[in-house]
Design a protein around this ligand. Sequence first.
Ligand SMILES: NC(=O)c1ccc[n+]([C@@H]2O[C@H](COP(=O)([O-])OP(=O)(O)OC[C@H]3O[C@@H](n4cnc5c(N)ncnc54)[C@H](OP(=O)(O)O)[C@@H]3O)[C@@H](O)[C@H]2O)c1
Length: 207
Amino acid sequence: MRVGILGSGRMGGKLGTIWARAGHEVVFSYARSEQKLKKLGRHGTPHEAAQEADVVLLAVHWSRVDDVLKQAGDLSGKVIVSCSLPMNADDTGLVIAHTSSGAEALAKKVPKARVVSAFNTVPSEVLFGVFEARRKSKKPSLVYCGDDARSKEIAAELIRDVGFDPVDAGPLRIARYTEPFALLIAQLAYEGDGGPELAYRFERFGK
Ligand SMILES: NC(=O)c1ccc[n+]([C@@H]2O[C@H](COP(=O)([O-])OP(=O)(O)OC[C@H]3O[C@@H](n4cnc5c(N)ncnc54)[C@H](OP(=O)(O)O)[C@@H]3O)[C@@H](O)[C@H]2O)c1
C-alpha cells in the first residue's frame, strides 16, 4: 500500500517506519525539521504525501489537525486512519468526549473521506517492541472503529502489519469509548510503575 504520513512525530514516525519495513511505500510529511523527515525516509509536503496515498495516517496534535488537513488538500475518497486524540493544549484532558469524539469531529471536517480510528490506544513507546514480537502467537489487541467496511479492512491490515491483533469495535461513534480508554492506557503507561512499553490484550472465556 502507499501510505502517506501526516505528522511524523512519535506516532507517525514510528508507524511509518514499521510499515516501510513491512513493505509498504511510505511518504512522511509534516514535521518542523526537514532533517527529521529526511532521516525517516521518503518525504514530501502533506499534499504530496496525501495525494499519492491509498491510505493516510493522521498523527498530529489535535490543535494541528485543521492546519495539516488544509495543507493535505482534497481527501475525498481517501482512507484516513487517525491516531489523533482530541486533547487540550497541555494534554491533560479530552476537549471532545461523551456525546461525540475526536474521530467523529474529524469525519465532519472531511465528509468525503473514510475515517478509521486506530492506534490511539497504545503509547508510541511500545510500537517497535510489538513489531519485533509480531511472529509470536500471543499478540496484543488493538481496537479500531469506523463506518466504512473496506476502509476498516485496510486499517486492520496495517494493524496486523505492526504486530497487533485487530479488534473491530464497531462504528466510528464507538470512538467515544476508545478515546477515553486511550487516556487510561496513557495513565498506566506514563504514571504506572512498569514504564511506557505497554499494550493490552482482550481474552474471551466461555466458548
Ligand atoms: N505519543 C503517543 O504515545 C500517542 C499515543 C496515542 C495517541 N497519540 C495521539 O497521536 C497524535 C500524534 O501524537 P505524537 O505523540 O506522535 O505527537 P508528536 O510527537 O508531537 O508529533 C506531531 C508531529 O507534528 C509535527 N508538527 C507539530 N506542529 C507543527 C507545525 N506547526 N508545522 C509542521 N509540523 C508540525 C511535529 O513536528 P516535529 O517533529 O518537528 O516536532 C511532529 O512531527 C496526537 O493527536 C496524540 O494525541 C499519541
